[in-house]
Every structure is written in structure tokens, then in C-alpha cells.
Design a protein around this ligand. Structure first.
Ligand code: SAM
Length: 219
């Protein structure tokens, strides 16, 4: 998702209490960022943040960080978050950050993150851009540097080509595939507790099957 540049987006983000400024300064100390010391789950490429805001509401026992690299997109998430706060929804277990996910190992210490959500990640269809795909072996190696030993990656997409590539990358990286489906919405077991993302709602309402995989590092 790339929105046109929005004047003032950068200032709004820099001035927001919901956005972690200088995230690398919290490496190894992420529990101090939140009021409660509890497991940390992150979404990489969160877009306008609907999924994580719903998750944070449903799971106050988890701390969440939403990561988005474009400030114009993150601004949309902030605006939604402000509306929620006006309605009395505080979500003290959710923070955002504006970074490129390539920097993750500079921001989190090994073992600090229990779960990584990748939802409807950009497909980068050209072969020469494969390294930019968030499920590429290069990104899996970055996730290994921040995940707990039993930590997992959960990935959803309607893009079958990207999904097949991701299954191959999980294997090539020596990760263990814990579960997968090419039709999540007709797979009762994996659907349990499913929270829809913005893109998931859009593409599933067009009739596109949704694919999902769950994987962890180590065979
Ligand atoms: N996850 C949301 C959903 O399912 O509705 C949004 C999906 S949108 C297609 C993918 C988002 O990932 C875009 O907003 C894009 O800017 C962001 N993104 C892509 N590569 C990224 C990276 N390397 N680091 C951080 N964000 C990234």
C-alpha cells in the first residue's frame, strides 16, 4: 500500500505518543515500553492498522507493535487510533513504528518477539526483487535474529504465487512448517480466532481464497 505523500504526516508521526521514536534505543528493553510486562507480537507491513487494533482489543494480555514503512500510511492508522481513543478505547498494549523491516535486528534483541504477523505482504512480482518479499529467506534470517526459540511467523495472503514462493522459502531456510492452507476461510481449525485484515476483507469479498501458513525456525 502506498498512499500519495500527505503533507504533515512526518510531523504527526514524530509528535505522536502512539509511535515509538528511535525504536533502536529500546533494543533488549521492550517490556519497558508498555505498562505491562507480557509477550510481544509484531505485525510487519501493518498498513492502516485495523488488524492490530482489533487484536490489541481482543488480547489485552499481549503487547503489540505495528510496523509500517510509509508515513502517509501510518498516519491513517494513527487517525483511526485517535478515533478509537475518542470512543474510550485506550489500547495501552499497542504501539506503532515507522521503519523499514530490514532494520528489525537493530531494534529487537534475540528472543524479544514471540510472534510475527505478515498480512497481505507486497508481492514484489519481479524475480530480481525477490529479496524484498517479507517471506524471503533473507527476511526469515532477520526474523530468526529477533524471535524467541519457540516464536512463530503467521502469514496470510490471497496471492497464490507469493504463497507458493513462501512455502519454498520456509523450507529453504530450514524452518518448520507448522500448518498451512490454500483456503483459510473454509478450514475451520485454522479459522478459529481469525481476525480479518483490511486486505483480507477486500479480497475475500471478491471471492479470492485466502492462504495462510504458520512456521517456526528450526526443523
Ligand atoms: N497488513 C495490511 C492488511 O493486510 O490489510 C496491509 C497490507 S499492504 C498490501 C502491505 C503494507 O506493508 C504496505 O502498507 C507497505 O507499505 C508495507 N510494507 C511493505 N514492505 C515493508 C517493509 N519492508 N517494512 C515495513 N513495511 C512494509
Amino acid at each position: 500500500m502506498r498512499l500519495r505523500n500527505i503533507p504533515g504526516a512526518k510531523d504527526a508521526i514524530t509528535g505522536s505518543n502512539y509511535v515509538v521514536q528511535e525504536p533502536a534505543s529500546h533494543k533488549g528493553k521492550w517490556t519497558q515500553v508498555f505498562p505491562k510486562d507480557q509477550p510481544l507480537h509484531i505485525e510487519v507491513g501493518m498498513g492502516k492498522g485495523r488488524f492490530l487494533m482489533d487484536m490489541a482489543k481482543l488480547h489485552p494480555e499481549i503487547n503489540y507493535v505495528g510496523i509500517e514503512m510509509y508515513d502517509s500510511v501510518l498516519l491513517r492508522a494513527l487517525q483511526k487510533r485517535e478515533r478509537l481513543e475518542e470512543e474510550g478505547e485506550k489500547l495501552t498494549n499497542l504501539m506503532f513504528m515507522c521503519i523499514d523491516a530490514r532494520l528489525l535486528p537493530e531494534i529487537f534483541e534475540k528472543g524479544e518477539v514471540q510472534k510475527i504477523y505478515l498480512n497481505f505482504s507486497d508481492p514484489w512480482p519481479k524475480a530480481r526483487h525477490a529479496k524484498r518479499r517479507l517471506t524471503s529467506r533473507e527476511f526469515l534470517a532477520r526474523y530468526e535474529q529477533i524471535l524467541a526459540d519457540d516464536g512463530v511467523v503467521e502469514f496470510k495472503t490471497d496471492n497464490k504465487g507469493l504463497f507458493e514462493f513462501s512455502l519454498e522459502e520456509v523450507e529453504a531456510a530450514g524452518w518448520k512448517l507448522l500448518a498451512h492452507t490454500f483456503d483459510l476461510h473454509n478450514q475451520a481449525e485454522m479459522m478459529e480466532g481469525n481476525v480479518m485484515t483490511e486486505y483480507e476483507e477486500k479480497f475475500s469479498s471478491m471471492g479470492n481464497p485466502i492462504c495462510k501458513l504458520i512456521a517456526k525456525q528450526g526443523a
